[in-house]
Ligand binder design. Structure first.
Ligand SMILES: Nc1ncnc2c1ncn2[C@@H]1O[C@H](COP(=O)(O)OP(=O)(O)OP(=O)(O)O)[C@@H](O)[C@H]1O
Ligand SMILES: [Mg+2]
Length: 451
């Protein structure tokens, strides 16, 4: 039997197979609805457009139904899709955004059982005014409002009972899919993604670790008065229960509410960009899940970061070479770009640098002609086509595991910048952070060479 990743057993075999089939069936149905529209040659362009939009809504509802039925990784995937306002159809975003913080909750009796299991006490013994109904619920937990016995307003995040077994099952099912994919697509090693997922998912179930991660980022960003991270109440925190300072703020994607409060969305986009430059490039430790359910804004504006379950630490040499890669990309210095790509662990089949240059170049190409701070959906097909042609000739055979969560952040940030209608000067904002670190790398290597 496979070793447990989460420390829990997977679901019984019949449920595990049922999950697999349920996902497979839903995606087959979705595929067929699009195929039917595509095949129907009698439709005028306007009719086709309308049919497509209807199909998007219907299919998004199907995925929503599937995700709320099965929970686990599916909700995480939907959160990602719904955060990609830059590339995903609006119909999908409208339906799937509900899964960012409004997943159908578990009954109160289950919440009581988890809190009893962790503290040996009923919520009403541990807290004052613990609300029966949750204020929010997402992929791993639901959150209830309460007051600590010493009078602090708190948000109590209570893990769904059984979510560990669901995730264990999902990881095993995904491993099977990856094996099948590996046989079909020999040019890319999907096992790297599997390895990272197997490391990250179990960590998300440990709320004490999440609390420590939030404190680490809070300390790193303490000098930024425009960023706030709720304080952890350790006395009321255990592995499955995280109690933090309650913060009432506006969801970052609620643009109308932001504007009504006199908050400039572009200013929020700038704070977000700087926050990620500093976390990734300067400290090498970052919040890796910036979907709108985890980001809020207070007047100022002050950006509130919640949910540090998915946090990532970068090895120092990776961080410095990543900074070097960025400076090389900005300077369009292909030689340095390729040397940085290689230093952080990228390899291509023929060792010819062309694929790495194309990969680097695509970062700018996705922004379109006017270098938008988010992916321009209009140019995407063309850039994808060009990139895949080059990658087919000389495939990238190795991708460093450490870059995957950076890619995740870049994707989520692109969606967010689009949502905020950002006009942030990306190159101008990123350059000082990247150059400072690239300079450090240079000094280190010169030091090594001299000594
Ligand atoms: N300190 C807080 N103050 C106010 N609201 C909070 C606080 N902590 C959590 N929430 C609310 O609870 C929701 C769920 O919390 P959280 O994101 O930590 O759960 P999760 O299951 O880990 O989420 P995800 O699915 O993103 O992994 C948040 O989207 C937010 O709406
Ligand atoms: Mg969350």
């Amino acid at each position: 039997m496979a070793k447990s990743l989460t420390g829990s057993k997977p679901l019984p075999p019949h449920q595990r197979i049922k999950r697999f089939l349920d996902v497979g069936w839903t995606f087959l149905v979705i595929y067929l609805t699009y195929k039917r529209i595509q095949r129907n040659k009698k439709l005028t362009p306007a009719q086709r457009e309308r049919r497509l939009s209807q199909a998007h809504t219907k299919n998004a509802e199907r995925i929503y139904g599937l995700a709320t039925r099965l929970e686990g990784m599916l909700i995480k995937t939907c959160q990602f899709i719904s955060s990609r306002a830059d590339v995903a159809p609006t119909e999908y975003i409208a339906v799937l955004s509900r899964l960012q913080d409004s997943v159908p909750a578990r009954p109160y009796s289950q919440v009581v059982a988890v809190i009893r299991g962790e503290f040996g006490k009923h919520p009403d013994e541990l807290f004052d005014g613990f609300t029966r109904a949750p204020i929010a619920s997402a992929s791993l937990a639901q959150v209830h409002r309460a007051r600590t016995k010493d009078g602090h307003d708190v948000a109590v995040k209570v893990q769904y009972p059984g979510i560990d077994r669901i995730l264990e099952t999902d990881l095993r099912n995904i491993a099977i899919l990856v094996k099948i994919l590996a046989r079909i697509e020999k040019n890319f090693d999907f096992r790297i993604m599997m390895r990272e997922l197997n490391k990250d998912m179990p960590r998300e179930l440990d709320f004490e670790l999440e609390g420590r991660s939030s404190e680490r980022v809070a300390k790193d960003l303490a000098h930024r008065h425009d960023i706030r991270i709720p304080k952890v109440h350790w006395a009321e925190t255990r592995r499955r229960v995280l109690t933090t300072e309650f913060i009432e703020a506006t969801k970052i994607s609620d643009i109308e509410a932001l504007l009504a409060e006199g908050i400039d969305p572009n200013q929020v986009a700038l704070i977000m960009t700087e926050a990620y430059c500093e976390q990734i490039l300067v400290h090498g430790f970052f919040h890796a899940d910036p979907h709108p359910g985890n980001l809020f804004v207070l007047p100022g504006p002050v950006v509130v970061f919640l949910d540090f379950g998915l946090s990532k630490e970068l090895p120092e040499s990776f961080r410095l070479n990543y900074a070097k890669l960025i400076t090389a990309l900005i300077a369009q210095d292909n030689e340095r770009m390729v040397s940085a790509f290689r230093a952080i662990g990228f390899k291509t089949k023929s060792d010819d640098p062309e694929s790495l240059v194309a990969l680097g170049q695509s970062f700018f190409d996705y922004g379109g002609m006017d270098n938008k701070p988010y992916v321009d959906a209009d140019v995407m097909p063309e850039v994808n086509e060009r990139l895949s042609r080059i990658l087919q000739a000389n495939p990238v055979t190795e991708i460093p595991g450490d870059i995957l969560l950076i890619f995740r952040v870049l994707g989520l940030m692109s969606g967010l910048q689009k949502r905020l209608d950002s006009r942030v000067d990306m190159v101008g904002t990123i350059t000082p952070y990247a150059e400072e670190q690239a300079q450090k790398l240079l000094e280190m290597t010169q030091g090594d060479a001299a000594g």
